[in-house]
Design a protein. Sequence first.
Length: 578
Amino acid sequence: MKQKIPEDQSSRISKALMKIISKDISHKANYKYIEDIVYLLVDELSKGNLYINLDEKNQSVLPKAVGWPSTHLKALGDSGLLESESEPIIMTANKLSWRRWNYEMNDVIQKLIAKDQLHKKNFGDLKPCSTELPIKNQLNSQQFSATQAILKTGVVLLSGGPGTGKTSTVIQMLIKVLSLTPNLKIGLAAPTGKATRRLQDAIQATIQSSNIQDTEILSNIPCQTLHTWLQARPNGFGKNKNSPLNLDLLVIDEMSMVDLVLMQAILEALPKKSKLILVGDPNQLPPIGSGAVWQELHEEENYKNFREGTIHLSKIYRSRGDIAKLSKTLKENDAKTFWKEITSAENSSNVQLYFSSLNMIPFPVLTKLKIHQKKLETLAREFKSQLGQTIQISSTNIIKETKIINDLFECLESLMVLSPRRSGRWGINHLHQTLLDERFHEGIMYWPEGTPIICAENQPELGISNGDVGLLIGKSSQRRLLFKLLSKEHQFAHYLIHPSRVKSIEPAFALTIHKSQGSESKKVMVLWPNSLENSINQLSPDPMEELFDERLLYTAITRAKENLEIFINKDFSLKKKN
């Protein structure tokens, strides 16, 4: 279900690579088996995967030859392509990969291990001062271990699902280090603008609801996107080893979204003295870019190197009813068990499954989206009428927070429609074309007021990031894009931006599941184009696709805070029990 490079393009790339490496292939090797391996490596890389797991791939997904993997491994051994470090392919344990990507991933892992070991050597004898944690008695054993780990290690891997208290644990870790070194330079970060805003909001809410002293110090810790911290530019990053970040401690949330290139840039820009707290859920989708660093760190051979710095939070504090139950099922079992459980859900459950034909967008989804669209349009017009003629042309305006702005964003975040696809009958493009009719292709100057929009490109000069969601305000020369963004003072503010200043904007009545990472909504509706029969019987010939589907589902359902509705292709499906 994941969008990937079309097969003919993968074939073209793999054929071009074969021409390059063919001169190094021994005449003993069977050429067609090497072709298969190169094709598979290219295809997996197009999906963001650096490795082929020899235990998971099977013959049915190979384009040509039979006998996977033994015949292919024999041909690879005969080829001479594994004999030296100058050859392009490498095999480690039960995995094949391009040598370059394998080297770069290992280099990142080794740098993190080295940073961890450096701090153990230099700071392992730190002892807590006499000041007790303000809410120590509210911490469970896992959370308390995290507050101790930050004193003893240079890198903390803090993992856990939704509602397990990751944010409150991070706050207590910060309190612990600040109690020892009050002048510590700390930074908070996330890969996208909306993930950063969610992190900031969660920290402020936790501070306000807890008995914590010195809230001003915690509230003023700068929180920015990773690209902003690194001063992203078209040709690279402004922050690097020659111009490092002035930080003693960096906290990175939503680590599952961080790819290899971004992690390399972070490690290059961080001083050796700085500590890292990496936070995320390893069951989420891998990043869109190549190299799932967070998942790789949780591989057993890597995870064990961080020892007391590995903290997994399992106790759930924020109840989400059957949403939490089904999330746990996906995490601990598989998609087959998930679908069987959801078909037997009670009518009173906050998770419901509906069957619908792929020939049309499900009626309940379209109806609720049209109601949502009308509410947003009404609120947007009311907001614009309050502004009057104060908007200056070709400028960016910071708007004072008012009730109507809060109502607008509360309405925007009350409903989220997700699909794994961009194209196709249940893809987000078709849904937007249905809602916006002919105006869909005419651009943002013709879309209705209140239309949700999503930024599709990083623009640090404006403070907006790929994935930021906002709204359309006004018409014609008064048309503006309303976003909630971090100001230069590291506080969130509402900005009205002229459309001509933004490079790439798309409608956002619906999002791909990938684009939804880092955000939440009270109500989530998921369009799942696969049939229930296929999902339950796991008819996909590729186990990697099945694993990806499980992560898609997990990511989608964990976006929902209160209510979840899943619409599945009814063709050849089992009937839901009454």
